[in-house]
Design a binder for this molecule. Structure first.
Ligand code: HEM
Length: 139
């Protein structure tokens, strides 16, 4: 739940792009062949119409019943992309994250340092602009 919620608020893959291979129509929108369509998961992941009024809050419990229990339209949760080009490392990355978190949390406590500045910023991926300054104590 914590990993899902972190990837919801801060999906590292900020932009998912697809090229129209032929002239297409989405509702009233005409997309000519060759145009690149960019999807921004972070916008879809924080829409209160989809996630409810607490869409901007960190609330891992929203995933207690999976992605379909967390929002109105589960297909807009795209931390690993979608379709034939969905992330090949998705299952490996999730297993690795669970292992790392379990190992780290069973040996250390973490709290934000007074120097920490919360500033997710968009470059090639979404990343903390000023790093993540933490106070780490051995258990
Ligand atoms: C939390 C970690 C990761 C995140 C959030 C992530 C996210 C993504 C996203 C958003 C895409 C684009 C998907 C699309 O266009 O629909 C992607 C593609 C890809 N990822 Fe990851 N990824 C992660 C870890 C990994 C790891 C560990 C590997 C390899 C071991 C990996 C290998 C790939 C590959 C090969 C593609 C290109 C797939 C294609 O174009 O067919 N990723 N990833």
């Amino acid at each position: 739940m914590v990993i899902n919620e972190t990837l919801r608020l801060y999906p590292p893959g900020a932009i998912i792009s697809r090229e129209a291979l032929e002239d297409m129509k989405f509702g009233k929108l005409d997309v000519p062949k060759g145009v690149n369509i960019w999807l921004m998961p972070v916008t879809l992941h924080q829409d209160p119409e989809i996630w409810g009024p607490d869409a901007h809050k960190f609330n891992p419990e929203r995933f207690a019943n999976g992605v379909s229990g967390a929002c109105k339209f589960p297909h807009v949760y795209l931390p690993f992309g979608f379709g034939p080009h969905t992330c090949l490392g998705q299952h490996f990355a999730l297993a690795e994250l669970k292992l790392l978190l379990a190992l780290a949390l069973s040996n250390f406590t973490f709290s934000p340092s007074p120097n920490y500045r919360h500033c997710p910023s968009l470059s090639l991926i979404i990343e903390p602009k000023y790093g993540v300054n933490l106070i780490v104590r051995r258990l």
